[in-house]
Design a protein around this ligand. Structure first.
Ligand code: NAD
Ligand code: MG
Length: 407
């Protein structure tokens, strides 16, 4: 018997044509360009950006026929210009050039710059409208309310790329807020999930960078080891989805195959599962509301045979609770949390502080900011950046007090 072809329920939304990748040389950026190259219909790559790696940026720009390539650091401009000479690809550098590149009209922009450095370019991408695929979680942590307001006002479609948030976005599927009881983010637990306090005290950057499941940039990998990453994601989820802080929970799931569960009021829990490979959420943001083929490893549940879950341990990994407290305190506390954490991670990677001092430093910076009367809600992006700079200064001052050299 022949089965009738299913009727299409929705019209296909026009696939993005002109795309830009901010943070193109990074882990997410490179996977994004790989997927753009594989898409069945050709895209025009408008802009690719990076911090200071001129050679790698130029190679990517040439390989993907980008219109323009921009470095944040002007010290490497000449190098970039020389690499691109004769290619017809524009070269530029500096923070203004980065914002200009992010503002260029495009149907889809991947925001994958690491850290608060992504604030201004991502803000510019949101202002230019259409669709923004958001990997940079620090934007929402530091300035979530301002971003979500701007997105609403500009009519920009925000597509979450962080795997847990992409999973929630898929499992929520536009559900009405009153139907949602809870959103449960999963955390791998990182490389130190089973380590005791003594082991954690002497954990090295090399050990912390050795993530069991995910291959990512250094900063997010350290955040995964402290569980600050999950704290930042809690704040990110609060801004993205129609839930209150008490409706957000975290469960440790060492295999990183279930990315998020949405618990509904009728008792149903919907989850999204996939291999721990960022190409799946990136592909979804690129093809949404359709899906595109990827070569990501498929889950063979019979072979996997078991999936484990456990509660997070707040004694060994206090960063998660610290982030939750910042969320309760408000945007200013979240901005300080993020800025201080970036300084602390940098200091740990430079071996200026130990692993356990990362979260301690952030907690002290938050206390210092409160005592100094800095926790005033920022009214615009400039005020966010001023507060971010103040938080970094506070954190650097504390580094000196800890008896270590400042970064
Ligand atoms: P990465 O370190 O591999 O790459 C970062 C990119 O940002 C690079 O292109 C780098 O040149 C650029 N960059 C760094 N500092 C900059 C600056 N000061 N100015 C301009 N550009 C700068 O990082 P990643 O792992 O690709 O992560 C990027 C973002 O995506 C982060 O916010 C991270 O939290 C988020 N994210 C990453 C993953 C992942 O699997 N890698 C998953 C979820 C979310
Ligand atoms: Mg994540």
């Amino acid at each position: 018997m022949q089965k009738a072809a299913p009727s299409r329920v929705t019209e296909t939304v026009t696939a993005p044509r002109r795309v830009s990748v901010l943070g193109a040389t990074g882990s997410v950026g490179r996977s994004t360009l790989e997927l753009i190259g594989l898409a069945d219909r050709p895209h025009t790559v408008v802009a690719v950006t990076a911090n200071r790696n001129a050679k790698r940026l130029a190679e990517l720009a040439v390989a993907h026929g980008a219109e323009t390539a921009v470095l944040a650091d002007p010290a490497h401009y000449r190098e970039l210009r020389d690499y691109l000479s004769g290619t017809g690809i524009e070269a530029a550098a500096g923070s203004e050039a980065l914002v200009e590149a992010a503002s260029r009209p495009a149907d889809w922009v991947m925001a994958a710059i690491m850290g608060a450095a992504g604030l201004r370019p991502t803000w510019a991408a949101v202002q230019q409208g259409t669709r923004v695929a958001l990997a940079n979680k620090e934007c929402l942590v530091s300035a979530g309310s301002l971003f979500m307001q701007a997105i609403g006002e500009r009519g920009t479609t925000l597509l979450p790329v962080d795997s847990e948030h992409s999973a929630a976005f898929q499992a929520l599927d536009g559900s009405r807020p009153e139907n949602i009881e809870q959103i449960i983010l999963t955390a791998s637990g990182g490389p130190f999930r089973t380590w005791d306090m003594n082991q954690l005290r002497s954990a090295t950057p090399e050990q912390a960078l050795n993530h069991p499941n995910w291959s990512m940039g250094d900063k997010i990998t350290i955040d995964s080891a402290t569980l600050m990453n999950k704290g930042l994601e809690l704040i990110e989820a609060y801004h993205l989805f129609p839930v209150e802080p008490h409706q957000l929970d975290v469960v440790v799931h060492p295999q990183s195959m279930v990315h998020c569960l949405v618990q509904y009021r009728d008792g149903s829990a919907l989850a999204q599962l996939s291999s721990p490979d960022m190409r799946t959420p990136i592909a979804y943001s690129l093809s949404w509301p359709e899906r595109m083929p990827t070569s990501v490893e498929r889950l063979n549940l019979a072979q996997i045979s078991r999936l484990d879950f456990e509660p997070p341990d707040n004694d060994r990994f206090p960063a998660l609770e610290l982030a939750r407290q910042a969320l309760e305190q408000g945007t200013a506390a979240c901005t300080v949390l993020n800025g201080a954490n970036e300084v602390a991670v940098e200091a740990f990677l430079a071996r200026n502080i130990g692993f356990l001092e990362i979260t301690r430093l952030v907690a002290h910076a938050l206390q210092g900011a409160e005592q100094a009367g800095l926790l005033v809600e920022p009214g615009d992006i400039d005020e966010v950046l001023v507060l971010d700079a103040a938080a970094r200064q506070l954190a650097r001052g504390l580094l000196n007090e800890y008896g270590h050299s400042s970064t």
